[in-house]
Design a binder for this molecule. Structure first.
Ligand code: ARG
Length: 461
């Protein structure tokens, strides 16, 4: 018989019961549900809304239930409607009437809004720690490869020479922003809906500041309708996770390209690759492909949540029960992705020679050749056009700008001299790109230092 059966003349249809039940996926919030109930019962006792002895009995009972679930002695009843009902019913089974007083001045609407916040608060901390670890790993590899020259691309066409360290540090910047988004989300999430009750607050003299401080939350939410209706924190987290997954997916895509024979810039460790059931030569980057695939899944979770919320009138609607599977899926999957990606990255081998070889082809020093003329007084647009003609000449002669004879240069323009070879030398091209945020080896080392400092501040601040 359901807890709310008083008003009903019939048992609910079995199929509807199963359809309605959320315990299969909300049971994972049992710790948070119990923590919320303990705070609520403490406050009810202190305010004299229930007796001190009932309050203590409730708290004792809840603690025992927690220990029994943790210890595997109490298993969730799959027929229970949800985790909130399950724990309350279990409490009453154990301590009798006092248990029936726990739900005074509370509703499952504010209860569930609280539980998800508490649950995700812990998850954000775990995810954040993983993103920090990934950013540190990126810094370590960038530092080791601060002067390794590789082609930089636009349109996946060789564009200008950069360093591998620089390329990696671009991801470090994205990860720093991901951490910032997680922190922002946590700030807005860590407020207390408890005391909103069903939707309209309560006539009891509750102390919402007290439950907030007991739960380590910054303040009670200021509007009871908003308290039970708001799932912005899920939307915000799912968005932040989607963006982070997009970063992981782009990084994965590049790794997939880099370890192909066409690039061979890196080699993944055997422990992080898989073979083919038919082609003996194959070594596949499955991990990165799965991460790329799972990014679609997390983005889908984000879309599920936005779509689920967009048409809902205030306050609680049962649609909102759908929030949990989506946000839990996003959280579970990003943790899986991050914790696999980090050791995969840390163990990959960088094939410097191939990066350099690729940078030496494709005329990626053409801009530098034009800049050489500009520095000798020619307007950039003229120099740009003239260099284009030189590139065409090289293609015709099947050679490179480095190997084109000085006579050919001079024939094109008398500003050219033998120092052009130094100006378009790959090492010079990269070393001289020392504008702030640029790819020069010095700049990479500075970037690594700055990001490490920021990470330290983020972890200690
Ligand atoms: N299992 C429900 C959920 O996850 C709990 C809230 C139920 N509230 C209600 N009024 N039926 O959303």
């Amino acid at each position: 018989m359901a807890m709310w059966a008083g008003r009903f003349s019939k048992e609910v249809d079995e199929g509807v019961n199963a359809f309605n039940s959320s315990i299969s996926f909300d049971a994972r919030m049992y710790k948070q549900d119990i923590a919320g109930s303990i705070a609520h019962a403490t406050m009810l006792g202190e305010q004299g809304i229930i007796s001190m002895s009932d309050s203590l009995e409730i708290i004792g009972g809840l603690k025992e239930i927690l220990a029994d679930i943790d210890g595997g002695k109490l298993v969730f009843d799959p027929n229970a409607e949800d985790i909130h009902m399950f724990i309350e019913a279990e409490l009453t089974k154990r301590i009798g009437d006092a248990g029936k007083r726990l739900h005074t001045s509370r509703s499952r609407n504010d209860q569930v809004a609280l539980d998800i916040r508490l649950y995700l608060r812990d998850e954000i901390k775990e995810i954040r720690a993983l993103v920090v670890k990934l950013a540190e790993t990126v810094c370590d590899i960038a530092e080791k490869n601060y002067d390794v020259i590789m082609p930089g691309y636009t349109h996946l066409q060789r564009a200008q020479p950069i360093t591998f360290g620089h390329h990696l540090m671009a991801y470090a910047q994205m990860l720093l922003r991901d951490i910032g988004r997680l922190d922002d989300t946590l700030k807005r999430m860590n407020v207390n809906p408890l005391g909103s009750c069903a939707l309209a607050g309560t006539t009891y003299n509750i102390d919402r500041e007290r439950t907030s401080s007991l739960l380590g939350m910054t303040e009670p939410m200021a509007n009871s309708l908003d308290g039970v209706s708001d799932r912005d924190f899920c939307l915000e987290l799912a968005s932040a996770l989607s963006i982070c997954m997009v970063h992981l997916s782009r990084f994965s895509e590049e790794i997939i390209l880099w370890c192909s024979w066409e690039f061979k810039f890196i080699e993944l460790d055997d422990a992080f690759s898989t073979g083919s059931s038919i082609m003996p030569q194959k070594k596949n980057p499955d991990v990165t492909e799965l991460i790329r695939g799972k990014s679609g899944r997390v983005i889908g979770d984000n879309m599920t949540l936005l779509t689920m919320m967009k048409g809902l009138p205030l306050a609680y609607n049962k649609d909102m029960q759908e929030d949990k599977e989506a946000i839990f899926d996003a959280v579970d999957n990003i943790k899986l992705c991050l914790s696999t990606f980090i050791p995969m990255l840390a163990t990959m081998t960088v094939i410097k020679e191939n990066m350099r070889k690729a940078a030496a082809k494709g005329f990626i020093n053409a801009t530098d050749c034009a800049d050489y003329l500009v520095k000798k007084g020619m307007p950039f647009r003229t120099a740009y056009k003239l260099t284009g003609e030189l590139v065409a000449l090289c293609i015709e002669k099947n050679t490179t700008l480095e190997e084109l004879p000085l006579d050919d240069y001079k024939q094109k323009n008398e500003l050219f001299d033998s120092d052009v070879y130094d100006a378009i030398n790959l090492d010079t091209c990269v070393k001289e790109r020392k504008s702030f945020g640029g790819p020069s080896p010095d700049s990479v080392l500075l970037q690594v230092k700055t990001v490490r400092k920021k990470l330290e501040e983020l972890c200690n601040g």
